[in-house]
Design a binder for this molecule. Structure first.
Ligand SMILES: NC(=O)c1ccc[n+]([C@@H]2O[C@H](COP(=O)([O-])OP(=O)(O)OC[C@H]3O[C@@H](n4cnc5c(N)ncnc54)[C@H](OP(=O)(O)O)[C@@H]3O)[C@@H](O)[C@H]2O)c1
Length: 157
């Protein structure tokens, strides 16, 4: 039914380093869980491997070029097209990482972004550039934790 992206990004669109997240805010984890629960999550093989296990109470789809890939608790697909085909009729949340966000940016009409007012000099994965003028933005919530401010913003096309 819909394809949305959900991501937490730094000031320079930083997403991750060493195949892990950069920031871990429990308020953001809660937002992620509440937004995606009961829906379908689509992710790249590297993001899947960064998780302790498939996300509970969600249909998990992992994209990889490895035809023999076995992902406990998840369905494996070998292309973006196959992911789209397999999830027709679902509320889909694309949960990363950088490569998969780039591939789905133009297929998604909503971006749920956690905009973190901080930088990470050694980030090695970034959210793709996107044109904010193509979206209307609504701020959903604001937090300051350990002197770091972050907001949940919903961008809709
Ligand atoms: N801040 C956030 O919100 C957030 C969210 C998620 C992840 N992250 C971070 O992002 C980083 C991982 O991102 P990443 O860009 O390195 O990797 P990724 O997007 O998670 O996964 C990339 C892998 O997915 C598979 N893939 C992607 N597109 C494909 C296609 N069209 N056809 C076949 N396979 C495809 C390939 O797997 P194979 O190599 O097996 O073929 C590719 O190597 C980590 O640091 C993670 O912590 C951050």
């Amino acid at each position: 039914m819909s394809v949305s992206i959900i991501a937490a990004i730094g000031k320079n669109r930083e997403l991750g380093k060493n195949n892990d997240l950069i920031w871990h805010f429990k308020e953001d984890m809660k937002f992620f869980r509440n937004t995606t629960i009961g829906n379908t999550v689509v992710m790249g093989r590297k993001t899947f491997e960064s998780l302790p296990h498939a996300l509970p109470d969600r249909r998990n789809i992992v994209i990889t070029s490895d035809k023999n890939y076995n992902a406990d608790g998840a369905e494996v697909v070998s292309s973006v097209e196959e992911a789209v085909e397999k999830t027709k009729g679902d509320n889909v949340f694309v949960i990363g990482g950088g490569k998969v966000y780039s591939e789905f940016l133009n297929l998604s009409d909503k971006l749920y972004l956690t905009e973190i007012d901080a930088e990470c000099k050694d980030a090695d994965v970034f959210f793709p550039e996107f044109d904010k003028a193509e979206y209307s933005a609504v701020k959903l919530s604001d937090f300051t934790v350990d002197s770091i401010h972050f907001s949940h913003v919903l961008y809709s096309k």
